[in-house]
Design a protein around this ligand. Structure first.
Ligand code: PXP
Length: 251
C-alpha cells in the first residue's frame, strides 16, 4: 500500500539483539516482512563499517526477499559504494559514520564534505539509485545537497526528539523551516532519528515531508506490544497527524 507520508521501518536493532548472542534469532529479514505486513512502505537498513548490527548477508537477503523498496544506509566509503552498486537497492541514504558513536549522532556535513561526497552522489545516481543525504535541519546543508545533485534529503530529527521545553519547540521549528526550504529548492524531504509515539505527530504533520524512517523505538516497543502492533500504532499516529487529526493519541 502506498501512503502520502511513507513509513520506512529501520530493522537494524533487530540485528543488534540477534548479534548480542550470535546465531540467527531474531531474524531482521523476518522482522522486515512483519513490518511490510503491518504497513511499512519501505525497509531501511544501515550496513555499518564495523557490522555491529546488519550483516552483508542480511542485505543480500533483504534485496531478494522483501517486496518493498530497500533504503540502504551507508557511509561514503569505497567499500559501501561497491556493495551498493553490487545490490542496486531502490535508495541509498548517505550518513556520517564514526566507529565510536553509539548511533548516527549528527547529520552529514554536506558543505565541508562537498568535494569528498560529490563522486559518491554521482556514482550512485548514475546507477539509478535514489540518493538521499542525512543532514541537520539547516537550510545551508540543503543548498549544498542541491549543488551535490542529491534529489533527496533526510532531516535528522534527533535534536528535536531529545530536547525538552522551549528547546524542543526551537528544534521543531528548525525541522519545519528546513522542510519548507527543501520544497523551495526542489528536494524531496524525508525525516528520521529518535522518533517515538510522542514525537512523531509534529513531524508527520509537516506537509512537505514525504517519508519518515523509524527504527529503535519501534523495536524497543515491540518488547511490550509486539512488532506488528508497534508499527501499526506508529502508522496510525502518522496518518492521524497527516489527516489533521493530530493529538488524538489513544492508549
Ligand atoms: N534515518 C537515518 C538516516 C538513521 O541513520 C537512523 C538510525 O539508524 C534512522 C533514520 C532511524 O533512527 P531511529 O532508530 O532512532 O528511529
Amino acid at each position: 500500500m502506498s501512503h502520502s507520508l511513507r513509513l520506512g521501518v529501520n530493522i537494524d536493532h533487530v540485528a543488534t539483539i540477534r548479534n548480542a548472542r550470535g546465531g540467527r534469532h531474531p531474524d531482521p529479514v523476518q522482522a522486515a516482512k512483519v513490518a511490510v505486513d503491518a504497513g511499512a512502505d519501505g525497509i531501511t537498513a544501515h550496513l555499518r563499517e564495523d557490522r555491529r548490527h546488519i550483516s552483508d548477508n542480511d542485505i543480500t537477503r533483504l534485496i531478494k526477499e522483501i517486496s518493498v523498496p530497500l533504503n540502504f544506509e551507508m557511509a561514503a566509503t569505497e567499500e559501501m559504494l561497491a556493495i551498493a552498486l553490487g545490490h542496486n537497492p531502490h535508495a541509498a541514504c548517505i550518513v556520517p559514520e564514526k566507529r565510536e558513536e553509539r548511533t548516527t549522532e549528527g547529520g552529514l556535513d554536506a558543505i565541508g564534505g562537498f568535494d569528498y561526497l560529490k563522486p559518491y552522489v554521482a556514482r550512485l545516481g548514475e546507477a539509478g539509485i535514489r540518493v538521499s543525504l542525512f543532514v541537520e535541519p539547516d537550510p545551508a546543508q540543503l543548498d549544498a545537497a542541491v549543488s551535490l545533485g542529491a534529489p533527496v534529503v533526510e532531516l535528522h530529527t534527533g535534536a528535536y526528539c531529545e530536547a525538552v521545553g522551549s528547546e524542543h519547540e526551537r528544534q521543531l521549528r528548525r525541522v519545519q523551516e528546513a522542510a519548507a526550504h527543501a520544497a523551495k529548492v526542489g528536494l524531496e524531504c524525508h525525516a528520521g532519528h529518535g522518533l517515538t509515539f510522542d514525537t512523531v505527530a509534529a513531524v508527520a504533520v509537516i506537509p512537505t515531508i514525504v517519508e519518515l524512517n523509524i527504527g529503535h523505538f519501534l523495536v524497543g516497543e515491540a518488547i511490550f506490544i509486539g512488532l506488528e502492533d508497534s508499527i501499526k500504532r506508529m502508522r496510525s499516529f502518522m496518518d492521524q497527524a497527516r489527516s489533521g487529526d493530530a493529538g488524538q493519541r489513544s492508549a
